[in-house]
Design a protein around this ligand. Structure first.
Ligand code: PTJ
Length: 247
C-alpha cells in the first residue's frame, strides 16, 4: 500500500487516485477508468476540489427526484465501485433506490467482481447480471440493462457516464441525475439534473439531502424539483472553472 501523509496539500486527490489503482488491480475498474479519472481530476482541480454551491443545490434536487420516484435506480460502473462503494450502498438504503451494475466496457468478469464488491460493502440486492433489457439505439454490449432495473426505472442516477449512453437514456424519457465533473460533457448536457462535483463528495451529499427531505411532502419535493434551472447550474459550473470562483 502507498502511504499518503495526511498533511499533503492534495491528500484527498491522492487517496482517490490510489483507490482507482486498486480498483484496476482487483479487476473492478477498467484501464479506461484510469484515463477517465485523470480527466475528472483536471476538472476537479479547476473547481478548487470542493463542492461549488450550484452543485450542492443540484445534489438536493437529485435527492428530491429520488424521493419522488416510483422506481429509482443507481447505476454503478467500475470507477464508482472503486471510489465509493459503501456510500452508494448507503444512498440506495436511504432513498429506497435499487443498485445496478451497468458497464460501458462490459465483461462478465468485471460485472461479477463489482456485484461481489458491492455485496461486501453491505448491498443486499444488486441488479445488472440478468441483462434482459436493452437501451434502444446502442450497440449490443453497451445496450444491456436489467428490465426490472434501469429498463423500467423512472429516475436513474448515472455517475461518470459515457455521452452516447447518457443521451440514449434521456431519449428513453428517463429522468437522469448525472454526476460528472465536466460541465461541457454530453452526459452533463443531457441530464435532467447535472451534478458537477466529484462522485466521492456528491454521493454523501445526496444522501444527506435525502435524509433531510425524507419527511417533506410531495408538494414540497415537487416545488424543489420545479425551481431547479439546469442551464443555470451548468453555466455556474463553467464560470467557476473559468474564473476560479462562483456566484
Ligand atoms: O466501468 P465502465 O466500463 O462502465 O467504464 C467507466 C468509464 C468512466 C471508464 C466510462 O464510462 C468512460 O469512458 O467515461 P468517460 O467518457 O471517460 O467519461 C467520464 C466522465 O466522468 C468525464 O467527463 C470525467 O470528467 C468525469 N469524471 C471522472 N472522474 C470523476 C468524474 N466525475 C465525477 N467524479 C469523478 N471522480
Amino acid at each position: 500500500d502507498v502511504e499518503v501523509p495526511e498533511s499533503h496539500p492534495r491528500y484527498e486527490s491522492l487517496l482517490t487516485r490510489h483507490r482507482i489503482e486498486e480498483g484496476v488491480e482487483k479487476g473492478i475498474t477498467s484501464k479506461q477508468g484510469l484515463i477517465a479519472q485523470g480527466r475528472g481530476e483536471a476538472f476537479d482541480y479547476l473547481l478548487g476540489e470542493r463542492t461549488i454551491p450550484s452543485a450542492r443545490e443540484a445534489e438536493r434536487v437529485a435527492a428530491a427526484y429520488l424521493l419522488l420516484a416510483e422506481h429509482p435506480v443507481l447505476s454503478v460502473n467500475g470507477n464508482v465501485a472503486a471510489l465509493c462503494p459503501g456510500e452508494m450502498v448507503e444512498l440506495a438504503e436511504a432513498s429506497g433506490a435499487a443498485l445496478e451494475v451497468n458497464l460501458f466496457n462490459r465483461t462478465p468478469e468485471r460485472m461479477q467482481a463489482i456485484v461481489d464488491h458491492l455485496r461486501e460493502h453491505g448491498a443486499e440486492e444488486v441488479l445488472g447480471l440478468t441483462a434482459d433489457g436493452r437501451i434502444p439505439n446502442l450497440d449490443h454490449e453497451r445496450a444491456k440493462v436489467d428490465r426490472e432495473g434501469i429498463g423500467t426505472a423512472d429516475v436513474v442516477l448515472v455517475p461518470l457516464e459515457d455521452g452516447d449512453r447518457a443521451e440514449a437514456l434521456a431519449a428513453m424519457g428517463k429522468t437522469e441525475l448525472v454526476v460528472d465533473l465536466n460541465p461541457m460533457s454530453r452526459s452533463a448536457r443531457s441530464a435532467t439534473v447535472p451534478i458537477v462535483d466529484n462522485i466521492v463528495r456528491a454521493v454523501p451529499n445526496v444522501t444527506e439531502s435525502v435524509r433531510e427531505l425524507r419527511d417533506a411532502s410531495r408538494q414540497e419535493l415537487e416545488a424543489i424539483v420545479e425551481a431547479f434551472d439546469r442551464e443555470a447550474a451548468l453555466a455556474a459550473a463553467e464560470r467557476a472553472i473559468r474564473e476560479g470562483g462562483e456566484e
